[in-house]
Design a protein around this ligand. Sequence first.
Ligand code: ACO
Length: 330
Amino acid sequence: MKSPKPLVEIVATGRYLPDRVLTNFELQKLVDTSDAWIRERTGIRERRIAPPDMGAAEMGARAARIAMDRAWVHPGEIDVIVVATATPDRLLPSTACDLQALLGAGNAAAYDVSAACSGFIYALQAAEGHIAAGRAEIALVVATEKMSGIVDWTDRQTCVLFGDGAGAVVVRKATESSGLLSSYIRSDGNLAELLWRPAGGVRVPMDAAVLDDRSHLVRMAGREVFKSAVRSMAEAADQALMKAGLTSEDIALLIPHQANMRIIEAPAKHTSIPLDKVFVNIDRYGNTSSATIPIALDEALEQGRIRRGDRLHAVAFGAGYTWASAVLRW
Ligand code: ACO
């Protein structure tokens, strides 16, 4: 089967990782854990933590400015800003509107997408829709997460997994054969309680009892998430490949959501992609939720691991429960 002609392409990427490194050894002083346990079960050695006064919008704006500079795009030229985040700076208004103000992108529409770790691919697909429908020429897609602000630092099962960071891409109409060949997004709200923040919204508003039992922070059924992740990433990977008219042999680089080294290996195994064609940086950043894929894409480009014409395959899963996949020709 021939690959479909892409409607949009990524013209440039950028990333922002805070300077502060939090190692497993430091975590040993916070909760009952060990560097050996964390490395063995997750592959994480360290993660980045944003300063207290820096929010998701600021981190995203830093990544976005780099992508915009590389794309030679001025803030006023951006038509739409789609921000994927599970860690909004405020509940109202959107982080995308804050980010728009920081960038001075006064001609854009801006909104958030809430799809947790799958958010970047959801947002990319939304941007594709705006451009394909002729409503926008230039879209900015940003995934930005301050996970350190929503994890429970007394819960060893979750606090060791996450980190802060942001990635951004500038998207415009495809001119040749490079671009987004396919994308696939799915969700299953019946599995919401596998990974969630039970309180702090309008249904169970924040009060003293919520603060006391810490139910406004992330709770996770780790083993169940693990099983669902392996299953859903395999399905998403197959669907996006099929829609792109490709097989795993055509893929030069697999970029899986960086949640856990064993989960990273699962879609590689499923698609028979050797590990040297799988991008991994979880050891340095942990799980930055929606930001893992654009951060990895930016690093892979910087490291020369992507050449013109290469086919890339991104696969993600996250709270919701959500899962997603995209195939790109660079
Ligand atoms: N340090 C030491 N021991 C720990 C820690 C820790 N940080 N966390 C859990 N343990 C203990 C448990 O209490 C348990 O002890 P017990 O046997 O005495 O009860 C033991 O280790 C084994 O626990 P499991 O949960 O069975 O360990 P598992 O091998 O499943 O690893 C993990 C746990 C790493 C959380 C794994 O289940 C996982 O990665 N799940 C997916 C998590 C994930 O990817 N979440 C994010 C996805 S979505 C998104 O990205 C937002």
